[in-house]
Design a binder for this molecule. Structure first.
Ligand SMILES: O=C(O)CCC(=O)C(=O)O
Length: 257
């Protein structure tokens, strides 16, 4: 059942994550799977343990098919992202992740560790994982440490080992959402079938996007986006004027605003 916004926020405050059901029509997952099939076929596996030597990753998805726009700009998910990060958000990275049979667990990490900010800090990153396959503990469902978003001394907690890791099992069509400072990893896939999801990660518009959307998305591709998505991929300012172009909001270069 679809949680209300306040139920989702309460779960996030308590555990650092929430699984959203019934926020996205199931037909979209059929379209996403069909669009990803040829891209996955042509994709190599990762270059190291973190990317996953038995994992395929496909980035810059917004340049690779119109269907991916519905992932980046889903109203229900964006309501939650904005409730956590505030109104000035960007697409940080949108990437398909297919964990193949035999892959090991990725390694626990936080998504906002990329930014050299002192701890604690306000939320700067919020991530989602769209389950295109059923996610099970056995096939590599994302594993999370509930409550680790409140850890003051994360590394010493990890060294002591006094924590529990849970697999976010969820059926195809669900969306897992979690805070950027929550410890998590892609799980090991001990089954004989791949596990496919799309990670759709957002950031505060005053920090740098993880995936360089300005270079990933040629202007003629962005021109065809709806205005909200144009702003989300970075053609907007963070008030008062971070990201301006010659003193103007870049959305005006696209004939909007
Ligand atoms: O594939 C997953 O379930 C999580 C992947 C992840 O956390 C990452 O690549 O940073």
């Amino acid at each position: 059942m679809k949680p209300t916004l306040s139920e989702s926020l309460a779960a996030i405050e308590e555990t650092g994550y929430v699984v959203l059901s019934d926020v996205v029509p199931m037909a979209l997952f059929d379209d996403l799977e069909a669009a990803l099939a040829p891209l996955l076929e042509a994709s190599p596996t990762g270059r190291n343990d973190f990317e996953g030597e038995r994992t395929k990753r496909i980035g810059a998805l917004l340049a690779k098919g119109e269907v991916f726009q519905a992932v980046a700009a889903n109203d229900g998910v964006l309501d939650l992202v904005e409730a956590v990060l505030g109104p000035n958000i960007q697409v940080s990275i949108i990437q398909a992740i297919q964990i193949l049979p035999g892959e090991n667990a990725q390694g626990l990490h936080t998504d906002d560790a990329l930014y050299p900010l002192p701890h604690p800090h306000p939320p700067v990153v919020f991530n989602t994982m769209w389950a295109i396959d059923d996610f099970t503990e056995a096939n590599g469902a994302t594993r999370l440490i509930p409550g680790s978003h409140r850890w003051d001394e994360p590394l010493s907690r990890l060294e002591r080992g006094d924590y529990e890791v849970v697999a976010a099992e969820m059926p195809r069509g669900s969306v897992l959402a979690w805070l950027g400072n929550l410890w998590h990893e892609g799980g090991a896939n001990t089954t004989e079938r791949p596990r496919l999801g799309i990670t759709m990660n957002y950031n505060q518009a005053w920090i740098r996007q993880q995936e360089n959307q300005y270079l990933a998305l040629p202007p003629e591709v962005v021109e065809a986006f709806p205005e909200r998505l144009q702003r989300l991929v970075g053609w907007d300012i963070h008030p008062p004027f971070i990201g301006n172009v010659d003193g103007r909001n870049p959305i005006k270069l696209l004939g909007r605003g």
